[in-house]
Write a protein that binds this ligand. Sequence first.
Ligand SMILES: Nc1ncnc2c1ncn2[C@@H]1O[C@H](COP(=O)(O)OP(=O)(O)OP(=O)(O)O)[C@@H](O)[C@H]1O
Length: 769
Amino acid sequence: MEYRHTVHTANRDLNENFRSNDRGFGSQKGFGGDQNNDQSCSTRGGFTNENFRSRGRRGGGGRGGSFHSGDSDDTNSHRDFGRTGGNDDSGGNGFGRSGFGGDQNNDQSRSTRGGFTNENFRSRGRRGGGGRGGSFHSGDSDDTNSHRDFGRTGGNDDSGGNGFGRSGGRGGFGRRGDNDDSDNKRDFGRTGGFGRRGDSDDSENRRDFGRSGDSGGFGNFGRRGNNDESDGTGDFGRSGGGGGSENRRGFGRRGGFRGKNEEVGFESGKGQDDLGKADTGPKVTYVPPPPPDGEDDIFKHYQTGINFDKYDEILVDVSGVNAPPAILSFEDAELSETLTRNVYKAGYVKLTPIQKHSIPIVMAGRDLMACAQTGSGKTAAFLLPILAHMMKSGVAASQFKDIQEPEAIIVAPTRELINQIYLDARKFAYGTVVRPVVIYGGTQTSHSLRQIFQGCNILCATPGRLLDIINKEKIGLGKVKYLVLDEADRMLDMGFMEDVRKLLLSPGMPSREERQTLMFSATFPTPIQSLAREILKPDYLFVVVGQVGGACSDVEQQIIEVEEYGKRDKLLELLQHIGHERTMVFVKTKKKADFIATVLCQEKIPSTSIHGDREQREREKALSDFRTGQCPVIVATSVAARGLDIENVLHVINFDIPGDIDEYVHRIGRTGRCGNIGKAISFFDRRGDDEQKVVRGLVKVLTDAHQEVPAWLEEMAFSAHGMPTFSSHPSKFASVDSRKRGDFQEDNGYSNPGISQPAARAAEEEDWG
Ligand SMILES: Nc1ncnc2c1ncn2[C@@H]1O[C@H](COP(=O)(O)OP(=O)(O)OP(=O)(O)O)[C@@H](O)[C@H]1O
């Protein structure tokens, strides 16, 4: 059967242009503010250089239209583009010139309706920006009809290119994003330029955005996107506008993008598309189907692999004072009878190293920072002791109430990951009074609320949705005993730290002394550890599971030199060889993910894609098609790099190598899980910027995992600039407790210096041997 890949995202070409501003749109120079950024927009979709430059010079704020047509279904999807978006590019310069959506391979029938002229764009730009192109969104046509309205609503009439916001904010284009809430609609964009909300379903506390036009009235552009994704969905100009007058470059004072490596700069945080999507995009009506609830489905699991027993040989280092001893078996864990039964039903017979150490630590009430390899059972390492402890201390059976007070909150950076954690929690809690609930962005808020109202002991959430619910005062935090940050280094980096802070400062949230805080990840760079200490009790324990002979070497890693233009053919060659074995292909940009998936489908390799611009329904469908094997290939951005546990993924291909070595570690960790073996092949274009950034880290990761390091790669690593001392000797641990380095003064075992070191200090400072 031919599998058609649905491409539904639009102008993303700007991404590359804004790479240099990788804190996101508006963080410093602002969108368009940097003339260096304006070189390559828009041969495909997007705007012209010219436009950008104009906006940039004038203080930015302008934004090109974005056209999003959700997939109407998996068939005919390509046609949606054309119908929905499109531009009239009278100047021939750009926006939409070669087809909106950028990709000529995708469809030719765009640009029939809507849109503006290039000329207008330019005008807006020159006038001080703030302008925003129309945005037309036709949502999923198999979804509710309401989506279609957006197409009609969206878009702007730009009369003569005078620009939005020129006259002190009258011309603004105000809209609400995909709000569920009917209040406040008028606020947006009222004063100046264009204000928008992200698609967070909540209008409360977001009213500010875009509202307060600058005195010049030049389109403030403030937005707040989704906060709950790691893939860059949300974040430009998060704290409001700021664009405005000429000499104020940039909008969005703080900005900041989230998608570490998905797509940086403008496009990445929540790129061009995303803005468009939310601007006139449909109200979020998606209600995820309930997961199957038969016992067989709940306990469905895959087999541990041939290397599972090798876990016993791995070294583990525990630092901190008075660590309780490790346990050796599930019997030692003092789980309740039901819990023990569930563990066995889930196919767990032996503890993994991280479980041996974490379970007693958590049961003893200690705070924990735990670092263990991908796929080595970290989820159970925090869920089991929390559940055991909750049950021991007599958790109240959950019941329908308007305000629920969960005892545990678990946050993770992506929607799919938090859902997976929830399914594990549901599995282990099966037959007990404990009720886990999951809430995440991209779904109807009222659905999230309904889930909570029915009872909630363990709340699994992405940060954006969690904050929304807290702000709505629909949950009380006073009873929170456990706070878990999964993928903690990601949760504490620039993308999410602010949300985590907000969570910690939310009314009722117990102080660190009163709650137990647990952090888990496969990577823990030193700067992140120092941030973590603000959140953990001073006497927290640090557990690091070594990697010698362990899971890392279960992934055979290969780096092959391929220049950019040769990547496509190389990928096809590899996939033809791989056949139908499940493969994840990672690329840098959302657009590329769709493009490559489309190309593969054309080549009769059933493929799908997952990235932050896809509707949640599509993301879940893509993942499900991949899990079931209907699509043995999924092309993904870094949104799928962390945590996802999919059976039988035998190959990971880094079509684009990530610019961050931790990201690489997480990506390749989608294979070779739980004692199974896998292969990771990475394309390396020696002229690529990301390659330069990662080359030394790569040599180190390969060396530590006892993989062959190509001589050319080693040579490159030795001659690379700007890195601390480099060593290619293997080290036993992927991470080191930063307290051991003596970086901090001792006090009570270890000091707790508080926060403030920028998280951005790169992971490269870590572990150079
Ligand atoms: N003791 C165990 N016995 C058998 N299977 C286990 C055990 N512990 C965990 N697993 C299974 O191993 C797989 C990987 O576990 P998990 O997803 O928790 O890994 P992780 O360490 O969190 O990985 P990542 O770093 O990628 O998030 C899951 O399918 C899980 O059910």
